[in-house]
Design a protein around this ligand. Structure first.
Ligand SMILES: [Fe+2]
Ligand SMILES: [Fe+2]
Length: 263
């Protein structure tokens, strides 16, 4: 889930409490909060968000920073209440051990995001040799454009390079928020799952507040769209094994290599 937006006049407590209660009843292995916990990055907003989110009952809860959390030097409060902005954890899952990497894509007081070249080698080292289970990345800004969101000026500034890395590193799932519209892309073997706003009326078009419930095993991945306190419907499903017919000539990889010069 993402885009809680505590502090907004359009925040709706009842939606967040419903989502938390429903999430607890699912007994999930992982709860990923993909950023924008607050509206202006103020300390009281983080405090209030923490008060709500502490009700989650899950051994593994991972928080990513959103652009709204980075306003008003809010990243200082974020770290105090929710931990490191960029980090990696492993967790036991039925098929073994998942590697979950969270990246801070924000820049203070800017709506747009960027991973930044300084993180590429670290991201590579976290995922490249991981063979004990799923590889999951959580990042607030979207790597691919989300349909039904109007004019897009906030996509990750280095989305192309990041997407090439995710393909190369065979990342299973990318969980993002930011656009307030749920959507799933499956491209070059990478599955990118965007969540809507879980608890605010900062919605676009006809899409209501929602969050995603993702179930996966060694064979399949199912993504369901849940309205807090309301209906649940299938959003997407796909095979766990990457399905791609794309072939890239290895020599061309030098164009996206972050360690070698392209020419
Ligand atoms: Fe948001
Ligand atoms: Fe955002």
């Amino acid at each position: 889930m993402s885009d809680i937006h505590v502090g907004s006049g359009l925040f709706r407590e009842e939606l967040l409490l419903a989502a938390i209660e429903e999430t607890n009843s699912l007994r999930p292995d992982l709860v990923a909060i993909a950023g924008d916990l607050t509206m202006e990055g103020y300390r009281w907003e983080f405090e209030e968000a923490k008060g709500y989110l502490d009700r989650l009952e899950c051994p593994n809860i991972v928080y990513a920073m959103g652009n709204h959390d980075a306003k008003s030097v809010g990243y200082r409060h974020f770290e105090e209440f929710f931990g490191r902005r960029t980090h990696s954890v492993t967790m036991a899952v039925p098929e073994g051990e998942a590697k979950v990497v969270t990246l801070d894509s924000t820049k203070p007081d800017l709506d747009e995001g960027e991973i930044g070249r300084e993180y590429y080698a670290w991201l590579d080292s976290e995922f490249r040799d991981w063979n004990r289970g799923p590889r999951i990345l959580i990042v607030h800004h979207h790597v691919l454009a989300v349909p039904g969101t109007g004019r897009d000026v906030n996509i990750l500034l280095d989305a192309g390079d990041v997407m090439a890395m995710l393909r190369e590193l065979k990342v299973d799932l990318v969980l993002s928020g930011h656009r307030h519209v749920p959507y799933v892309w499956s491209i070059s073997g990478v599955r990118i799952v965007h969540s809507g706003t879980v608890s605010s009326l900062r919605v676009r078009g006809t899409m209501p507040p929602s969050y995603n419930v993702i179930e996966f095993d060694e064979e399949n991945v199912e993504v369901k769209l849940k309205q807090p306190g309301g209906t649940e419907e299938p959003l997407a499903s796909f095979s766990r094994k990457p399905v791609t017919t794309s072939k890239f000539h290895p020599a061309l990889e030098r164009f996206v290599s972050y360690e070698d010069l392209p020419f």
